[in-house]
Design a protein. Structure first.
Length: 233
């Protein structure tokens, strides 16, 4: 029987920036897991471009059966929460207030997703977000705040945190599709906004994430429907 891994998220998890579906990080992680676990791995994805954490949480709540059959899940979301805060801001001070509100909503949504996983006994890996604009102080501040929330919520619920931000940091020109200057102003240039991983970026995320998923999926797969998270109480 195949090991089933569910990837949750937005455009990044759906494979944006990859040259073909085969190169998207969920598929990269699947191949790495299959090699490590010496087992067939079935990859499922619940992700759509533009999804905020609220939209993802709503889909998870509406269809928990998708989660119930998974041996492990991973979530990478939040970038669109920050984008919505930015586009509705009128000034830097207003942006900071918008970000604070976005963090509160994101914390609630991530806790809802993680809570559903916990109730179903499906181990969840929470991913931090990388910064595609390393030369922008405001972008660094916004991403750091989001990752602080991710770490806080994951720690409270006993979920491991995959440091995607650390894997990408310092390599942005090499791993971001269409990378230009590393400033937020790049989104105003013609062409697609340089925010998604290219094939190398997806490769790095997928292989890194596989190391976090592997022990959790192996345990759940051996135990069947036994609640892995609940056994830690």
């Amino acid at each position: 029987m195949s090991v089933i891994v569910l990837h949750l998220g937005d455009s990044i998890a759906s494979g944006e920036g990859a040259s073909r579906p085969f190169c998207a990080y969920p598929q990269v992680a699947s191949r790495a897991l299959a090699a490590e676990m010496r087992s067939a791995v079935e990859t499922r994805v619940m992700a759509e471009p533009g999804w905020t954490s609220a939209e993802l949480a709503a889909c998870v709540t509406a269809d928990p059966a998708v989660l119930a059959c998974a041996d492990a899940a991973a979530v990478l979301v939040g970038g669109d929460d920050l984008i919505q805060a930015a586009v509705t801001s009128r000034s830097e001070s207003h942006l900071r207030r918008q970000l604070s509100a976005a963090y509160r909503r994101y914390a609630r949504d991530l806790a809802s997703i993680a809570g559903t996983c916990r109730r179903l006994g499906v181990p969840l890996v929470c991913c931090t977000m990388y910064n595609p604009f390393p030369r922008s102080a405001l972008a660094a501040l916004a991403i750091r705040g989001l990752n602080d929330v991710t770490t806080r919520v994951a720690t409270r619920l006993g979920a491991p945190v995959a440091p995607v931000d650390a894997w990408v940091a310092g390599r942005e020109p090499l791993v971001i599709a269409g990378y230009r200057t590393g400033r937020v102003e790049d989104v105003l240039a013609r062409g697609r906004a340089p925010v998604h991983p290219n094939d190398l970026g997806h490769e790095i995320i997928g292989r890194g994430l596989a190391a976090y998923i592997s022990p959790l999926a192996a345990m759940r797969h051996r135990l069947g429907s036994t609640a892995v998270w609940h056994s830690r109480r």
